[in-house]
Design a protein around this ligand. Structure first.
Ligand SMILES: C[S@@+](CC[C@H](N)C(=O)[O-])C[C@H]1O[C@@H](n2cnc3c(N)ncnc32)[C@H](O)[C@@H]1O
Length: 210
């Protein structure tokens, strides 16, 4: 039943283009932990949100193979830039190749390193941040970017439902689950922002700085 619904959703959404389809396939064939890639429906939502926000500057934490970066970059203002940060230098060749194939390499700046080291060196205001790095570090990323996000700007965080494990008390023993739960509580109690938790894929938290 759910599979049919998934197909219905895909059939009534703009199809994945050839470059993203190929990137998704190559990621699944050749890269470790391919379940981390955004994929068609989440990618399309990120692209839509980016078009709505129409940002000049996007910062992404966790490039992986570049799928979400390509989607988000499509909503940038002319001359706008997406800074994407990836700690694993082995992924650089693949993501760069797909930025070229997708025709976005002139607006995507790939930083290889830890977000904790790179973000402090980005001396400009962010319109949109996508948090999709190590779940244990979500609170750290949020605190790191917050002052650099403009008033009215957005922070989107992926995997905030963490496969449903956030509901399981025992799961607090697992550092990644604890990271996601702590992040969700931090956002819930932060009166400086408005937020909506969307139950799409593994959960997307959309946060707007008041
Ligand atoms: C879930 S994947 C990102 C998926 C990608 N955003 C997408 O939607 O296709 C998470 C990535 O974050 C990277 N990462 C983990 N900790 C990081 C850190 N502190 N700084 C930068 N990247 C980090 C990992 O190496 C991994 O490639």
């Amino acid at each position: 039943m759910e599979k049919n619904l998934d197909r219905y959703i895909r059939d009534h959404s703009t199809p994945e283009d050839k470059v993203l389809e190929d990137l998704y396939r190559q990621t699944n064939l050749y890269v470790v932990n391919p379940n981390m890639v955004s994929g068609h429906i989440q990618g399309k939502l990120l692209e839509m949100l980016s078009h709505m926000i129409h940002p000049s500057v996007i910062v992404e934490i966790g490039t992986y193979t570049g799928y979400s970066a390509i989607c988000l970059s499509r909503g940038l203002k002319t001359g706008g830039k997406l800074h994407t940060i990836e700690i694993n230098d082995e992924l650089r060749e693949m993501s760069s190749r797909y930025f070229d194939l997708a025709g976005v390499s002139d607006k995507v700046i790939l930083h290889t390193g830890r977000a904790q080291d790179v973000v402090p060196a980005l001396n400009f205001i962010f319109d949109l941040v996508f948090i999709d790095g190590d779940k244990r570090e979500y609170c750290e990323y949020y605190n790191l970017v917050f002052e650099k996000v403009r008033k009215g700007g957005f922070i989107i965080a992926d995997n905030v439902l963490w496969g449903g494990k956030i509901e399981n008390e025992d799961a607090m023993n697992d550092p990644q689950t604890r990271g996601v739960i702590n992040f969700n509580e931090l956002i819930r109690n932060d009166s400086r922002v408005e937020k909506i938790l969307l139950a799409l894929r593994d959960g997307l938290m959309i946060i707007r700085k008041k």
